[in-house]
Design a protein around this ligand. Structure first.
Ligand SMILES: NC(=O)c1ccc[n+]([C@@H]2O[C@H](COP(=O)([O-])OP(=O)(O)OC[C@H]3O[C@@H](n4cnc5c(N)ncnc54)[C@H](OP(=O)(O)O)[C@@H]3O)[C@@H](O)[C@H]2O)c1
Length: 279
């Protein structure tokens, strides 16, 4: 398990242990993704049947100014590692909706043409082919939030707690994904031997503004959320306007529907002990 200190890495570790799987939870100090030889050797010593890669350079705006690091960590290292793993051990790798340009109008299927508009998206796309060529599994996901990380939900809850006004973009549409649900999906996909690329996110699609309203409601608050346009909030990396992933392949492989993010949101605040109106 690489990236064990990240918001998804923690959940994958917990999920696998709940299933009775022995897990070597390696944070960056224990296993640097870019150090292929040492990381593959660790997997050999541990006798791993799979390596879950939750490590990545996830600063989307930072990637714009440090493309070299983005390409090394996100683009090159995962494929190198997938190829270096011993027989019988494969890489379960996490990718992103940002591999699409966001110009679509219906949910993106796995085989649709990619055209990342950001350095982060280009770097993540860089690894996909090499990982699948080496027999690894690539799971694309979107808008991840988990109780152990810094994410959109923690940012909105933080602003509410400080009494700050909320202005949130309403012209970007996607699917929030609860990290513990994603962890379960990754373990399920590995268990059924899924290969290639699979999309996984929670339902239904919403805008960041819609998601912010749901966060306010989950906390039992009445705060106003002002809808704004992407153009009102210039950032170094231009986020895709539409990044809804089609989860049909996941649903047929796992033989179940994807979870709704609203139940994840309730669980998130329950786990943080922040019931309604306790921010
Ligand atoms: N968050 C989202 O909304 C989202 C959406 C789509 C896809 N994803 C993908 O989901 C995966 C998990 O993301 P996350 O949300 O859990 O991100 P996260 O909380 O930022 O976790 C990433 C972890 O990777 C570690 N890391 C960075 N470079 C490393 C390296 N060279 N070697 C080993 N570890 C390294 C980071 O350590 P440091 O803290 O020390 O840097 C951090 O602990 C990533 O592949 C990401 O691209 C995320």
């Amino acid at each position: 398990m690489l990236g064990a200190a990240g918001q998804l890495g923690r959940e994958v570790t917990d999920e696998l242990r709940r299933r009775g799987t022995e897990v070597l939870a390696a944070d960056r100090r224990r296993a640097d993704l870019t150090d292929t030889g040492a990381t593959a050797a660790l997997a050999v010593r541990f006798g791993a049947a799979a390596v879950y890669n939750c490590a990545a350079y996830t600063d989307v705006d930072g990637c714009e100014s440090d493309m070299q690091q983005a390409m090394e960590v996100n683009g090159k290292a995962p494929g190198r590692l997938a190829a270096a793993l011993p027989a019988g051990c494969r890489l379960i790798h996490v990718s992103t909706d940002y591999v699409f340009d966001g110009g679509g109008r219906r949910p993106y299927r796995e085989e649709e043409a990619t055209a990342p508009a950001t350095a982060y998206g280009r770097s993540k796309l860089g690894a996909e082919q090499a990982v699948t060529d080496a027999g690894g599994l690539v799971v694309r996901t979107s808008w991840v939030f988990g109780p152990e990380g810094r994410n959109f939900v923690s940012a909105i809850a933080g602003r509410l707690g400080r009494g700050e006004p909320l202005r949130v973009v309403s012209d970007q549409v996607g699917c929030p994904t609860y990290a513990p649900y994603l962890a379960r999906a990754l373990a399920d996909l590995h268990a059924v031997g899924a290969a290639g690329i699979v999309h996984y996110c929670n339902s239904p699609a919403t805008s960041w503004h819609g998601f912010a309203l749901a966060i306010v409601a989950a906390l039992g608050l009445n705060a106003e959320v002002e809808p704004i346009a992407t153009a009102d909030l210039p950032r170094p990396a231009v986020r895709p306007a539409f990044s809804v992933l089609d989860t049909g392949r996941f649903e047929s492989l796992a033989n179940r529907r994807v979870e709704e993010w609203a139940s994840g949101l309730d669980d998130y605040f329950e786990r943080l002990g922040q019931g309604k109106a306790e921010v």
